[in-house]
Design a protein around this ligand. Sequence first.
Ligand code: ADP
Length: 449
Amino acid sequence: MSFDTVLVANRGEIALRVIRACKALGLRSVAVFSEADRGASYLALADEAVCIGPAPARASYLDGQAVLMAALATGAQAIHPGYGFLAENGDFAEAIEQAGLQFIGPTAEVIRLMGDKITAKAAMKQAGVPCVPGSDGALPDDPAACAALAERIGYPIIVKAAGGGGGRGMRMVRSADELATAVATTREEARRAFNNPELYMEKFLEHPRHVEIQVLCDHHGNAVWLGERDCSVQRRHQKVIEEAPAPGIPREAVAALGERCAAACRAIGYRGAGTFEFLYEDGVFAFIEMNTRVQVEHPVTELTTGIDIVREQISVAQGNKLSFTQADIQRAGHSIELRINAEDPFTSIPSPGHVAVWHAPGGPGLRVDSHMVSGAEVPPHYDSLIAKIIAHAPTREACLDRLLGALRELRVEGITVNADLHRLVLSDHAFRQGGVTIHYLEKRLEAER
Ligand code: ADP
């Protein structure tokens, strides 16, 4: 479908990222904002900006009807959802298509299929993608039947919400006597947070790494994979540092997995950008979920492949074929991203407020994706991510040093950011060696206490 104006249904750094991609393609962009973001400087970079409601996300960025109205009122024919908010909401994608506009992403049907982690795992299993062993379906109401499932999988297990996201709605269970309570608590949480009480069970892996595959597909059946990212440095199941390539994993194993992901995309009629997330333990990859949108950590893939993922995402939504084939994709060097959050580095307590001074680092091999400027406000209502510092260098070692240099240059006054957490990790022996597991950061912080 052809379009010349894109509404950017998001805020902050990703809104700015999408506005830039629109400019690169010669498209008009329409930004939306809540009352809390009224003064944000990136809004001026869009061709037009529209207020869609009050500060609480529920009444603005999560209000699909308000976003759709803004698109219709400004003549936007396409909507880019960014990540978070409405990005993986099948009903929103459907409403946009029904209004005759283009949703920049997969079809509503595919979003729903992959948004429910139970159906996603079933679809991936069928497509030949290796999955974490588990309940293969929703947990039954009968506690005895649940207990039998857990026995079969073998403790420890993890109870997860089918509609879960953002690291919430998950509970590890070590033994049979904890199971019933864990299931009941997680079900209640899932009902409240995701409006979907359905749960499933998986083997809890004790020392995996989080490794994911980036894919990109057009509307003509072409699907490619752009390499992997290692996102094992996490806290409360939330990513903190991401890198490409994943240190120490054989290239052939990654390539074989990438091919399977691309084949799975063709099998389910996937289109746009997407990510298959895996746990990697003892040389084995096991699928946990798919994200049907652009991810926070996409820049490390962009820097190692030279491909502009967001631009390509918009281009395929216009009906264009992918501008390259799998054979054209070359990967070079190493890239690492630091998520700069407005929060205390060690307690993670949010630190919103007035940013008196913002000075971003720069120099060769450094990219900063951020909507911050001196005088900006960080509202308390949204995610605390305010910037991403991304380095690219021929070697991982050089990349790490570049990031340490960048942190020395970064100046933020007025709010607290998590720079000290990054300093600690970047200087840590285990992390510098590469290949840490998903439990590394929490254990490292415990040792610090
Ligand atoms: P979300 O959608 O909330 O991000 P995921 O299913 O992607 O949830 O899991 C998030 C993180 O939780 C993973 O990166 C990993 O650290 C941990 N996790 C998920 N499943 C398992 C498992 N079976 N064993 C161990 N850790 C897990």
